[in-house]
Design a protein around this ligand. Structure first.
Ligand SMILES: Cc1ncc(COP(=O)(O)O)c(C=O)c1O
Length: 425
């Protein structure tokens, strides 16, 4: 905490909300993107079967992530589903998934006709807890989807060692973690397969898009076939060997990804630096816990800057803190509102045409992941990645707002108690 705390009362109490602080906007692009996309457009390759932009991007992206192979696809959900099928996951197989993640980490399993089994996260890192992962394993478990949550590499040594013991496939869901590095090794090819998203909010963005990464040639061949109508690399164009449709990444997106990729290294370093600085300042406040950076994290991708507020120690509920932050012009989100097993989709097992008769044996209503519930219902919060592309002064604006709120916590508690539908202080 700084020696002298800001003395002005919080904007929420003064009744004069401040304008939103001008953090960098997203996406970021300039003439180099325009020229590359225009070049691809004029080349006419997008009107042919395959083009050099996607091939170049797949190779560059894979290399950056320590992978021999990269297969570009339409999004980061299909990439997970293809990875599961390529790895031989079958109907009735179980796949362990953390309960605090975006829906797609689990629906990819349903779409592969297998069964997601949810395991709790670590309260401090928000990544899959290795002990919870091992406890979720049954004789039917075949794989784990490990999410590098918010861009922080998961505890891969522990997860790989458990997976080896139980002969499980490890799929890294790196949708948040482009260019993140674990113990000197980039994420994405530490397990058997990696999956990335290029959806509009992601740290590397082409509007929509995704990629599968791997070091295993036979898995790569399977992914190539699965994203290309079941064709075989040595077969004819109209020869189809397995049940699959067209999930190929387009040439114009490939062009955009190539210029966006030129910026990724510098942007990732900036986010990492700002994230560390902001976490350092926020950690000074009692009850405020930025996502814990583990010693194994060489580089955090900071797709999200996440934190948790312990209401007792901080002296205010999350709801009041978020309101007060918004009034200071530095509003942020509360994160995912529900553990995945509490989503109506899973409670009702509304799996549509997918077989999953085997899911009858699971009752998601009985699941209980206390850490995930604490984060969803009570304590979690996050800023999106573009905030961390600002300056150190921008980080100070956020940290000063938290300090001001903490300093005036008792008046904010009184204010909250007087509100008609008071968020518990
Ligand atoms: C952890 C995670 N996995 C997978 C996905 C799916 O990516 P896409 O939106 O490209 O399908 C997302 C998207 O937000 C995500 O956050």
């Amino acid at each position: 905490m700084k020696a002298s705390l800001p003395s002005r009362p919080p904007a929420l109490l003064a009744g004069n909300p401040r304008p939103a602080h001008p953090f960098p906007t997203w996406p970021i692009f300039d003439a180099t993107d325009e020229q590359r996309v225009l070049r691809a457009l004029r080349s006419g390759h997008w009107g042919k079967l395959s083009g050099p932009e996607v091939t170049e991007f797949e190779q560059r992206f894979a290399k950056l992530h320590g992978a021999r192979f990269g297969v570009g696809v339409v999004n980061g959900s299909v990439s997970l589903r293809i990875a599961l099928t390529a790895a031989g996951i079958q109907a009735e197989d179980e796949v362990v998934v953390p309960s605090y993640t975006f829906l797609a980490s689990a629906t990819a399993v349903v779409e592969a006709n297998a069964i997601p089994v949810f395991a709790d996260i670590d309260l401090e890192t928000l990544n899959l807890c290795p002990r919870a992962f091992e406890a979720a394993i049954t004789p039917r478990t075949r794989a784990v989807i490990v999410v590098h949550f918010a861009g922080l590499p998961a505890d891969m040594d522990a997860i790989l060692s458990i997976a080896r013991k139980h002969r499980l496939i490890v799929i890294e869901d790196a949708a948040h973690a482009h260019a993140a590095v674990y113990k000197g090794q980039p994420v994405g090819a530490i397990g058997h397969l990696g999956s990335f998203s290029f959806q509009s909010s992601k740290n590397l963005n082409s509007g929509e898009g995704g990629i599968i990464t791997t070091n295993d040639e036979s898995l790569a061949d399977a992914c190539v076939s699965l994203h290309n109508c079941g064709r075989h690399k040595a077969g004819l164009w109209y020869e189809h060997y397995i049940n699959a449709v067209n999930y190929r990444l387009g040439e114009l997106q490939g062009a955009l990804l190539n210029t966006q990729l030129d910026r990724l290294e510098a942007q990732t370093n900036l986010r990492d630096e700002n994230g560390r600085y902001l976490a350092g300042r926020l950690a000074q406040l009692p009850g405020l816990h930025p996502q814990k950076r583990t010693a194994d994290c060489t580089r955090h991708a900071y797709h999200l800057f996440t934190f948790r507020i312990d209401p007792q120690a901080f002296g205010l509920s999350r709801a009041v803190v978020l309101k007060a932050l918004a009034a200071e012009g530095v509003g942020c989100g509360a994160g995912y509102p529900l553990p995945l097993y509490r989503q109506p989709l899973f409670l009702n097992k509304a799996f549509g045409p997918y077989l999953n008769k085997a899911a009858d044996r699971l009752d998601y209503a009985k699941a209980r992941n206390p850490n995930c519930e604490k984060i969803c219902y009570e304590q979690g919060g996050w800023y999106v990645q573009s905030h961390l592309l600002g300056t150190k002064a921008d980080m100070d604006v956020i940290a000063d707002a938290f300090e001001r709120i903490y300093e005036h916590r008792s008046s904010l508690r009184d204010w909250s108690a007087k509100q008609p539908s008071s968020p518990a202080a």
